[in-house]
Ligand binder design. Sequence first.
Ligand SMILES: *Cc1c(COP(=O)(O)O)cnc(C)c1O
Length: 450
Amino acid sequence: MHEFTPDVEALAQEVLDYSLVRMKSNPPLDYPKSEAELYALAGETITEDGLGGSAALKLFTDVLAPACISTDHPSYLAFIPSAPSEHANLFDLVVGASALYGGSWQEGAGAVYAENQALRWLADLAGLPKSSGGVFVQGGTLGNLSALVAARHDARKKFNGVTRWVIAASKESHSSIVSAAEVMDVGVILIPTEDDLVLRGAAAAEIIDAHEANNPGEKVFALVGTAGTTNLGIIDDLNGLADVAEARGIWFHVDGAYGLAALCAPSVRAMFNGIERCDSFIVDPHKWLFAPYDACALIYRDPKQGKDAHTQHASYLDVLENEDEWNPSDYAIHLTRRPRGLPFWYSLAANGVKEYIVSMEATLKLAKDVAERIKSHPNLELLRDPTLSVVAFTRKGWSAQQYQQWSDKLLEDQIGFVTPSAHRGQPILRFAIVNPWTQMSDLEAILATL
Ligand SMILES: *Cc1c(COP(=O)(O)O)cnc(C)c1O
């Protein structure tokens, strides 16, 4: 090990060849296997003498990789898929080869500069001041948690006599908000919405004030708006929520892990109005901004608040503290970090903003178009017109079990990956369209099985 021998050189070619073929050709959709099946095929892989690079690679390409569903397949429409651009994927290879450290300016200035340019683009789209900034973390779950920890840190300085801190969010908000509250050991109020599922200022104000009046000592310190719910793409009334947070002097966080990617799309930009008033927001480039796993952009209006909450202090770290230098480690719950924003930055730098807008608008249009097909399909009912690129619908007369059987068979037949979800207790199907590679013909092939 640790010697670049001719054998390693040959292996490098094999690795690159595989990587390029994987990027170039339509990957099969594939499907998981049980552990017993995989054991029968792969067996024990860690041995005293090692398998050798070629054999271990072959084990991966022939056995293990096909047991992973291709999340970038055009017919992968479950959850939120992934659709990294060629540029982003290629640059991930470069990042992997470069041992870059992204925690501090001293060690990774060039990488941090590039990441900050990508964060700047997002902050500008949101209309935050030039002094705003943040960091790329692993995912939206960690981004939401880091923002809410900063919010509580800020609240502790502002409010006295509080016996229990509480987060307020919509009932439709992502599971990671409840998870953050659990980790922080704070309360959480999930505010019910009207039929359109949008959380508005009036409902938030009423519930927050009633909660505080009925529970002396409890204080709501953060109001979370969702900009694009995972299940249906619903966007809360961000201006209304900003009013409520502002009037109470509390933190306004916007969870846009999926939806805020569309900030760059002129056709839907106005729906995010009010985002410019947030104290922090997140968006996952690995969802709808054409970057590979795993990257969430976390941005603070006033980064000092993030830094105050998150900077770790130790004798061996103090050398890094320099007011003029941006240390990404200081802005979230982490220390060592790879500069995971770089593939996103490279794709943006190489392709330019216009290409991003074209790809984003293409996915939005496909969502609208397929909604029309669903409306005219004899067996289907569109749940609601899509706000963003999630299209939800039901199959007339089917039980939850029938949905599941259909979904299993669809994957087995390698036609698509669409998993049942639920809305108000009823099973639904949803297409989450984030991949510009997805064509109407891919969706029609799936609709034809319904
Ligand atoms: C996906 C998602 C999250 C969680 O993000 P991860 O990157 O999966 O941790 C949070 N909020 C919303 C609205 C999401 O769609």
